[in-house]
Design a protein around this ligand. Structure first.
Ligand code: ADP
Ligand code: TRP
Length: 324
């Protein structure tokens, strides 16, 4: 617990099934980091409401993402894991922050600008997204906020809002610092582009073994025959072997170059290795699927812990605004 006195906070948006790219790019790194700090991790369901506007889907996404993090190794005894909508003061503080946030700040936010540029229908929720995020962060006096680089600007906005409040109402909030969690490498999907749910090229972390094999067999390659030499460095299958076949990588590489492995065999090997790699995590997930009471209890405990801190901060803010 090297930095256990420092508070870390991060949010995870529950917007769909976790894939292998998310695992290597985000989850695995964050789990290691979290246990070093006094960490608060929440499922950002209010943020997800911009995309997911269906109660059943929302409920299921929240539980699935909670189970995913628990299965991967997040220890709810060591960190506070909760659901954003379980702590309603997040939205109360958002309103107060709305009144001190310049329109121009939000008009310049990348996520909003990108949505507009991509012709996505916009709503006030999307526009106000960074203000809700500022409330998430500042309510807990978080010093450290791990995020992907696409979220850097949002943490900057949180800092700006915190500073503005402190200047106007008196020293209240700790100003947070982002810790950028970018993946060291992009995990390619079955078509060779970045693995992403928007490209339909994913291998699901919690897929069945059969579905994993099917996805592996569909990986796009060139049309070289079984006995032709192949270039591992341009092969989408080999790119995934680098993550899952570390013990036999040198051997696979020389067989590629010598032309003694077919793409079919390479894909079958990859599927077997992915299935072996994720077997313990998938087994843990099945255990959690069978124990919904436990998962709900984890979120309930997290809610209690988060509320104590958030409500105390909110009481202070109300008083400063003349609302007590
Ligand atoms: P998607 O592209 O499937 O919508 P998200 O944008 O929800 O994925 O990504 C969630 C997290 O996973 C981010 O931190 C992102 O950097 C990481 N991530 C997503 N896809 C990949 C990938 N193919 N390789 C590495 N990291 C990834
Ligand atoms: N916006 C973040 C994302 O899309 C999720 C998030 C919501 C968050 N609130 C946060 C991250 C507070 C860090 C801190 O990934």
């Amino acid at each position: 617990m090297a930095h256990s006195a420092q508070r870390l906070l991060t949010g995870i948006k529950p917007t769909g099934a976790i894939h292998v790219g998310n695992y290597f790019g985000a989850m695995r790194q964050i789990i290691t980091l979290l246990e070093e700090y006094d960490s608060y991790v929440f499922i950002a369901d209010y943020h997800a409401l911009n995309q997911v506007q269906n109660a059943e889907e929302m409920q299921s996404n929240v539980l699935e993402i909670t189970k995913a993090y628990l299965a991967v190794g997040l220890d709810p005894e060591k960190i506070t894991l909760f659901r954003q909508s379980d702590v309603p003061v997040h939205t109360e503080l958002t309103w107060i922050f709305n009144t001190i946030t310049p329109m121009a700040t939000l008009e310049l936010a990348h996520a909003y600008k990108d949505a507009l540029a991509n012709g996505r229908a916009s709503n006030v929720g999307l526009f106000d997204y960074p203000v809700l995020m500022a409330a998430d962060i500042l309510l807990y006096d978080a010093a450290i906020v791990p995020v992907g680089s696409d979220q850097r600007q949002h943490v900057e906005i949180a800092r700006e809002i915190g500073r503005k409040f402190n200047n106007s109402f008196g020293e209240t909030f700790v100003l947070p610092k982002e810790v950028i969690q970018d993946a060291t490498g992009i995990v390619p999907g079955t078509d060779g582009r970045k693995m992403s749910k928007s490209y339909n090229n994913t291998i699901g972390l919690f897929d069945t073994e059969a579905a994993t094999t099917k996805a592996c067999m569909s990986i796009v390659t060139d049309s070289k025959g079984a006995t032709e030499p192949k270039d591992p460095e341009t092969c989408n299958v080999f790119a995934l072997h680098k993550l899952f076949s570390t013990d036999s990588l040198a051997d696979i590489e020389s067989r590629y170059r010598a032309g003694t492995i077919s793409y079919k065999e390479s894909k079958e090997m990859l599927a077997a290795n992915i299935n072996a790699y994720f077997a313990p995590i998938r087994a843990k997930k099945v255990e959690l699927d069978q124990n919904p009471e436990y998962v709900l209890q984890v979120l309930k405990d997290g809610k209690e812990k988060a509320m104590v801190r958030a409500n105390a901060k909110m009481a202070q803010v109300r008083k400063l605004c003349g609302f007590n």
